[in-house]
Design a protein around this ligand. Structure first.
Ligand code: SAM
Length: 398
């Protein structure tokens, strides 16, 4: 068995990590990690590998808006068959990470003909770990899928197994503020990724005229105020690790606190549905942003933005629940409303209905592929600039 990352580099305390991201947001995540001080950053498929010390791993979990989880690879090995897999998992020094009285859960992903069911891989790995503990100590850790003390991640590709510990615990899209859902809410990670792809960091007013449960508005406010992604989240996997340093964690939080800034622009959300707007109000309140984000019930056709430069980012319906004819009319009217009322603004819309996006009838300045769950989407930017250059918001290209 190769113990590639089993021990950290004792001198510097650095070791390798792997942050998972949604497809197409890997570059943004790499930029986030670089800003935090990560080294040896490599962009992979739906993941970014990097190196750093323990504090950097805490920071990656706390700050990265486009990370889904941060894994700490333990080892990699080649296996011949199911029994060999079991034996090699059993060989790992699990006592270093877990006590027999604690709980574990195992997530597996497979791309191999040796195993065909990821659930079965998790089961065999759990047996191997339990047998190791039972043989040595007479007791074994039990499984807790909801809130385990240790989350283990197993990735199998062909005959190669990568075993990692999940330092995040629950997925990092669970920010802690989103307790009330409206219909079809965006993942917080995707919402943050959209805003970061647009290049907006809080330089001008921000509007979402179909805000649903308020995800884009809250993520925008957090970006503008430099609030860490995990500001409202209480738990991370690494907090239950034997080497957890409360002191280091408090340092990470204190540094984040010192870097927060006031909101200097307007963040405005609206939605035609009173019920959805109520969900937005609850979530905004959970994030203590009710004094910063303005909300109202309104049809998008009636929205008049504040004067000057600004950005609109929105996630309109894609047509799962409404008739396509009506939906297509709606996209045409969105184009008309943007032209008529949003002079000086940039506007970005995400949709899985590529035809509908064309019906907006404006020439895109930028078009990016994104995935909303299983739905392939286009995230399309329009420049509604007609006025003087001084009012213009020209973000750096990402
Ligand atoms: C896909 S959902 C947005 C979800 C949101 N991004 C979130 O994270 O919760 C689309 C929203 O558009 C709203 N909507 C539909 N037609 C509208 C209209 N004519 N004017 C304003 N909002 C509208 C719906 O009420 C719904 O909340």
């Amino acid at each position: 068995m190769s113990k590639t990352n089993h021990e950290s580099n004792k001198d510097s305390g650095t070791r390798a990590y792997l942050a998972k991201s949604p497809a197409e947001l890997e570059n943004i995540l790499a930029i986030e990690l670089e800003k935090l001080g990560a080294t040896n950053i490599e962009i992979l498929k739906r993941a970014v590998s990097f190196e750093g010390d323990q504090k950097l791993m805490y920071k990656a979990n706390y700050h990265c808006r486009t990370a889904l989880r941060v894994l700490m690879p333990l080892c990699q090995f080649i296996f011949k068959d199911e029994n060999d897999f079991y034996d090699q998992i059993k060989e790992i020094n699990w006592e270093q990470y877990l006590e027999a009285s604690q709980t574990l859960s195992i997530d597996s992903t497979i791309g191999s003909s040796i195993f065909t069911h990821s659930h079965y891989v998790s089961q065999r790995a759990k047996d191997a770990i339990a047998d190791r503990f039972r043989e040595r100590y007479g007791i074994r850790p039990s499984v807790d899928l909801e809130n385990p003390d240790l989350r283990i991640n197993i990735h199998i590709y062909r005959d190669t197994v990568n075993v990692s510990l999940d330092s995040s615990g629950a997925s990092l899209h669970k920010r802690g503020y989103h307790t009330v859902n409206a219909e079809a809410p965006l993942s917080e990670v995707l919402a943050a990724g959209m805003i970061m792809l647009s290049g907006w960091h809080g330089e001008c007013n921000f509007i979402d005229w179909m805000c649903g449960s308020g995800t884009l508005l809250i993520e925008a406010a957090m970006i503008a105020m430099n609030l860490p992604a995990g500001q409202f989240r209480e738990e991370y996997g690494f907090m239950k690790w034997p080497d957890f340093s409360e002191k280091l964690w408090l340092e990470v939080k204190q540094e984040a606190l010192e870097n927060q800034r006031d909101l200097e622009v307007e963040i405005i959300g609206s939605d035609v549905s009173q019920k959805n707007l109520r969900a937005a109000e609850s979530n905004v309140r959970n994030a203590y942003l009710h004094k910063d984000i303005k909300l109202k019930v309104a049809d998008f056709r009636d929205i008049r933005p504040p004067q000057g430069a600004g950005i609109l980012i929105s996630n309109p319906p894609y047509g799962e629940r409404i008739r396509v004819d009506d939906l297509h009319d709606m996209y045409k009217e969105m184009g008309n409303a943007l032209k008529r009322n949003f002079e000086g603004y940039k506007a970005w819309l995400i949709s899985s209905d590529f035809h509908a996006i064309k019906l907006v009838g404006l020439k895109p300045m930028s078009k990016k592929i994104l995935w909303n769950g299983q739905l392939e989407c286009r995230f399309v930017g329009f420049d509604l600039y007609h006025g003087s250059k001084k009012d213009r918001f020209d973000p750096p290209s990402v």
